[in-house]
Design a protein around this ligand. Sequence first.
Ligand SMILES: [Zn+2]
Length: 245
Amino acid sequence: MHVEVVTDPGSDPGSDAGSDAGAPGDRNLPGGGPRRPRDRVFALATPEAAVVVTTALAHRTPVEGCGHGTGWYLRRLGAHLLARLTDRPERPIRDCLSDAIAETAALHGGRCDLALHGTPTASIVAVRLAEGRVDQLVLGPGTILTRRDVGVVALSDPARHHHAAGARPSIAADAAHDTTPCRGVHTIALINGGGAESLHPDHRPTTIRILEETGAHGLLAHIRAGELRTASAHHPVGIVHLRPV
Ligand SMILES: [Zn+2]
């Protein structure tokens, strides 16, 4: 198994770029009004599973009701989901996400009000390889490209602009998901919403070719070059490149 993980925070001048991972929260900055938290991305992978978690693009309001902040939420949710995927290979992938959301919500503790609209939320891209299967899940923006013997297929969430993981486990039932045999799978690419946004859906075979030839760093450079050409913002990008052997 070849596993490659790349994340890049990008630059997003409209957000709170001063508060970084590890800060106590993404709340209001001193001397300023409420500001939208900085978008973040978090990715992790083992030979059995991979997860990319990104600030939900729909989450355009300041965090309220939670003193932990978005960075904390993304790291916890991502780590819980990876653990669920690998510890329970027989459990359906959407149920693993539901479990991870519930576990993360419980960690907030009594001082956070998760019912508030501004509670941290995330989009999720996840893959598991277990028992000869490939399980895939996308909630919110982001995509999974898979090159099989028969060509490149994509999995995306049709309601991506309306879906985000927050504190409600039942949202997992709305995730796009797929299970296929692992045989004949050559390359899997998990790409978060910030990265997928600048990759044209008609160019999927090209995206996979760039990934296979130049690695995840090469694909990141390709994405950044495309953003420069179109003068669009450098969103946080997370890519996981898997090659089952
Ligand atoms: Zn909290």
